[in-house]
Design a binder for this molecule. Structure first.
Ligand SMILES: [Zn+2]
Length: 78
């Protein structure tokens, strides 16, 4: 079992999530907190944002890569 990892932005425990097979990620850890400051701020960074296409970046870590953090592009409703 992977150790508990905490989002550095909102201090919420990261949730395991298995990426789509084509990504080759395997299981990653994701911050699913909709109030996360990282997530909320990311909304304004995305160029093609509109009401129907509300993409954001969630904070994520890859356990297979030394818990390297990266931005997981995600729809707001997961
Ligand atoms: Zn967070």
């Amino acid at each position: 079992m992977p150790e508990d990892r905490i989002c550095p932005h909102c201090k919420v425990k990261l949730q395991p999530w298995v990426g789509p097979p084509e990504t080759g990620w395997g299981e990653i850890l994701v911050c699913n907190n909709n109030e996360c400051t990282f997530y909320r701020c990311s909304k304004t960074d995305i160029q093609h944002k509109d009401e129907d296409n509300s993409l954001g970046c969630r904070y994520a870590e890859d356990p297979d890569n030394g818990y390297k953090s990266f931005n997981l592009l995600a729809w707001h409703k997961i």
